[in-house]
Write a protein that binds this ligand. Structure first.
Ligand SMILES: [Zn+2]
Length: 119
């Protein structure tokens, strides 16, 4: 088991990382908005297609960052109520190495694989 202190430290790093990704995505989206507002007519179609892709990539990464933040907050709540680091299906301790690699993990390896097989 990870101790609560290490878990919090890992989760805070994970949170910072997600916040940075969210900010970067928001900055791209804000830029995109500005460039289409300032210059709606002069853009040629090739430009436009590239912008649409940029926007989609940024939107996806924004959504991913927000989902990650929610996961981190849920994990921090589990640290607080002492259920962190246990599989949500069988309550077995999750391998600390796995938690170090992925601090928001909710399941042991066996159940993670089951969840992924269902998804
Ligand atoms: Zn399990």
């Amino acid at each position: 088991m990870l101790d609560a202190e290490e878990a919090r430290r890992l989760l805070r790093a994970e949170r910072d990382h997600a916040l940075q990704r969210r900010e970067a995505a928001q900055a791209v989206l804000a830029d995109e908005l500005e460039s289409t507002e300032v210059n709606p007519v002069t853009q040629h179609p090739g430009d436009n297609a590239a912008h649409v892709i940029d926007r989609e990539v940024a939107q996806t990464s924004l959504e991913q960052a927000e989902a990650d933040l929610a996961e981190v907050d849920a994990a921090l709540a589990r640290v607080a109520d002492d259920s962190y680091g246990r599989c949500e299906v069988d309550g077995e301790p999750i391998d600390p190495e796995r938690l170090r690699a992925r601090p928001t993990a909710r399941y042991c390896t066996v159940h993670q694989q089951q969840m992924e097989a269902q998804a």
